[in-house]
Design a binder for this molecule. Structure first.
Ligand code: DI6
Ligand code: FE
Length: 417
């Protein structure tokens, strides 16, 4: 039986924990308590990969742990979670990046056949080993910064065989890595060249062939789509979501990134786990997110790379208590970012989020955006023991330093290297 959290003063003796961590400060990120859910001079017990007890060291019940490790006063937080990446792709789009700096717009490049289709062609041409190697390298960069859960979307295949292959690569990565990989089907990412001018026919393919195959092979944990003037309309996305709902798959949405397409309202109407980007979301979209409990995922890397000037409505999201997560949106076109820590710093400077909101955005609220809030994202009894150990003086430093990796150790499912 798991102990109650010491903050609730469970006094009965602990069972024999596998590992007891002592002499530490912890930002539990449990909502509604002290800022960051901080417990100073704390202890934390782990059994079977889960947190068994956490609280002030002075209140630690008697126990005979198999192993005791002093943290020498270090700060511990929940391991980080990157809840929105397009990590599996081949090649890069540095040449387009230079074009955009020369004045070409993202939309112009996309309408001229570049953009996402450029990466689709490179990804279709890459073999599995190449895709796995390139993606594993980006995943390693995130893990090295303290990530223990990473969501990876498909979306650079855009035909049945290629989309299934990307999802199989994502599943293979998950089987080869000690961290958790969450797979999202994003077949409705862009209209492939073969369907230019025939968007509805492509949505037919997504709904009638891709989604059934994805579901039958259990290749995705959620379904996403790109609702935007250069991609798919709200009505076309609604068809994808109706099919996803019929198959019992949770949904997420790239919403209102470049214009108000009614994306946030659409996502909320389908009780989506998250609506992502949101630069152009109007008040009625924010109200819909608040009512539905849908997480707002902000992506400052894309905002910065595109030179966007329309900020997401952070003040309104905050006022309506919409949970805010942040993520790298790692992709070769709009967010060539493989650092979640840099993303946290960008979210403070570009979106004026506080350091506590940023840390919640890559822990508690990121877990919620993946439907994993009951399992991880905070440090409390019963939760998965994914724990980041930092060489910092306070959790606020995690959004403060840019380009400094002060991760001391990463505990994944209770395994302390
Ligand atoms: N929004 C984005 O910013 C990325 N996809 C999307 O739906 C862009 C992906 C790319 O440009 O390759
Ligand atoms: Fe994205």
């Amino acid at each position: 039986m798991l102990r109650s959290n010491a903050m609730d003063c469970g006094e009965s003796p602990l069972p024999t924990p596998d590992l007891l961590l002592t002499d530490l400060n912890v930002a539990t990120m449990v909502e509604g308590r002290s800022p960051y859910g901080v417990i100073e001079d704390a202890a934390l017990a782990i059994s079977g990969g889960r947190i068994d007890w956490i609280g002030p060291r002075a209140e630690l019940p008697d126990s005979s742990p198999a192993e005791v490790r002093s943290m020498a006063g270090r700060w511990l937080t929940p391991a980080l979670i990157d809840c929105h990446t397009h990590l599996v792709f081949a090649g890069n789009r540095a040449a387009e990046f230079e074009q955009r700096l020369g004045g070409a717009s993202y939309e112009e490049i996309a309408r001229a056949g570049g953009g996402i289709m450029s990466t689709v062609n490179a990804t279709r041409a890459a073999d599995d080993d190449d895709l796995l190697r390139q993606t594993a390298s980006r995943l390693g960069a995130l893990r090295a910064e303290g990530c223990a859960t990473v969501e990876i979307k498909s979306g650079y295949g855009l035909n049945l065989q290629a989309e299934l292959r990307l999802l199989e690569v994502i599943r293979k990565l998950g089987s080869q890595s000690d961290i958790s990989i969450v797979s999202t089907f994003l077949g409705a990412h862009a209209i492939p060249a073969e369907y230019r001018g025939k968007a509805d026919a492509y949505i037919d393919l997504v709904c009638e062939e891709m989604l059934p195959a994805v579901h039958e092979n259990q290749l995705a944990d959620a379904v996403d789509a790109y609702c935007e003037s250069i991609a798919f309309s709200a009505d076309q996305v609604a068809r994808v979501f109706e099919k996803a709902r019929a198959l019992g798959l949770p949904i997420k949405l790239h919403a209102d990134q470049l214009s108000d397409c009614g994306g946030a309202e659409l996502a909320a109407g389908f009780s989506a786990l998250s609506a992502d980007h949101l630069e152009y979301t109007p008040t009625k979209g924010i109200d819909a997110l608040a009512t539905a409990g849908t997480v707002a995922v902000l992506l400052p890397g894309a905002f910065l790379t595109l030179g966007e000037t329309q900020h997401p409505p952070v003040i309104e999201l905050r006022d309506r208590n919409v949970p805010i997560a942040i993520a790298t949106d790692c992709n070769p076109g709009t967010s060539p970012v493989t650092s979640l820590r840099t993303t946290m710093a960008l979210a403070t400077s570009l979106f004026r989020l506080t350091p506590e909101e940023c840390l919640a955005g890559v822990t508690r609220n990121a877990a919620r955006a993946l439907g994993l809030a009951g399992d991880r994202g905070t440090l409390e009894p019963g939760k998965r023991a994914d724990i980041a150990i930092w060489d910092i003086g306070h959790p606020q430093e995690l959004s403060y330093w840019i380009g400094r990796n002060d991760l001391s150790e990463l505990i994944v499912a209770g395994n302390f290297p």
